[in-house]
Design a protein around this ligand. Sequence first.
Ligand SMILES: Cc1cc2nc3c(=O)[nH]c(=O)nc-3n(C[C@H](O)[C@H](O)[C@H](O)COP(=O)(O)OP(=O)(O)OC[C@H]3O[C@@H](n4cnc5c(N)ncnc54)[C@H](O)[C@@H]3O)c2cc1C
Length: 376
Amino acid sequence: MTPKPEVIVVGCGGVGSAALMHLARAGVPVLGLDRFAAGHDHGSSHGETRIIRMSYFEHPDYVPLLQRSFELWEQLELSCGQPLYHETGLLQVGPPDGVVVPGVKRSAAEHGLAVEQLGPLDLAERFRGFQIPAGHEALFEARAGVLCVEDCVAAHLRVAVAAGADLRHEVRVESIEPCKRGVKITTDAGDFEAARAVICAGAWAGELLASLSLPLEVLRKSLFWYAGADEVYRADCGAPAFFFETEAGMFYGFPAFEAGEIKVAEHTGGTLLTDPLDLEHGVLPAEAERMETFLAGHLPAVATPHARHATCLYTKTPDEHFIVDRVPDAPQIAFAAGLSGHGFKFASALGEQLCDLTLGREGRSEAAFLSLERFH
Ligand SMILES: Cc1cc2nc3c(=O)[nH]c(=O)nc-3n(C[C@H](O)[C@H](O)[C@H](O)COP(=O)(O)OP(=O)(O)OC[C@H]3O[C@@H](n4cnc5c(N)ncnc54)[C@H](O)[C@@H]3O)c2cc1C
């Protein structure tokens, strides 16, 4: 173990694994700590796949960070010699006066991104498996696709360790306090000190950064897989990832890859948790029913009921934008929190941003809109 790490990264999931890699590659003696075993499914970075897209309906200011994220995911693929991304394209559907369609168009217009407006003929020829409600619009972004979430985390960790990072799983951090050397981290495996720390604790960020009273809510979310996918839902037959804004809520999903299962989830809804570990892992019948109603109306060739189900956690801020900053009274501690159910695609760039913040570099100015200031 590094006897005196310069930086300690607390939480080595989606964002923490990337921060660890960027710090190690910058030549910084760095220690990564995570409370669970590698590849665990207790947090927010499991379940096989995550959508990555560029014309961001949530806010156009995310686009420069997304451009950087795409670059960094590509570089990570080269570093680890493993494919991490499938460019499936993304079909986005919703009412013209809703949130998704105007948001996608705004981001595309502001940043000159290629987004195709699809007519009924395009849909019938290219995306036969999808039904678009009357009056809704369909947009297609070719430069979008699917990240293999567990492989991405594992790749960041592997490259970090190869670059000299010390990594310890199954060490639970109990407290983080400023001290003479910088930061004292108390864990169930003893105390550690470093000059600086990066906190990427996902659903546990509120607990570990309690003094900041971060306005975070943790939600239980469900993922459903449906077997025996028809070719209209197979990635190798040209099926895209998809995101639908409907009257009932927002639903999204992934085409079937080798296993032949299509995966679908609901972006809206979820059950509020007081303890991220205290959740019902089984299927809630009402959720399965909502999903089947969505499928029947929009992807009618999917064979129900589901074959597999898993749960995962969203950690939401009130405005559903991330918080990436330094602790105001202790600037030697940087953190990312409240990724609000859409943060994985950014993990590569946020890891770089946190590395910059930690090393006292300016960081990318385009991430400034994610600062803590808006809640204080
Ligand atoms: C169902 C679902 C679908 C999603 N779909 C998408 C999508 O399509 N596209 C997208 O971009 N995003 C998506 N997201 C969101 C995205 O996955 C998350 O925003 C992202 O993975 C969060 O990363 P994180 O590093 O904040 O959290 P995590 O990856 O959960 O990492 C936090 C880590 O901190 C560790 N930790 C916590 N407390 C301690 C402690 N006290 N001591 C030591 N270690 C600790 C945990 O063990 C964990 O490993 C989805 C999320 C879910 C749940």
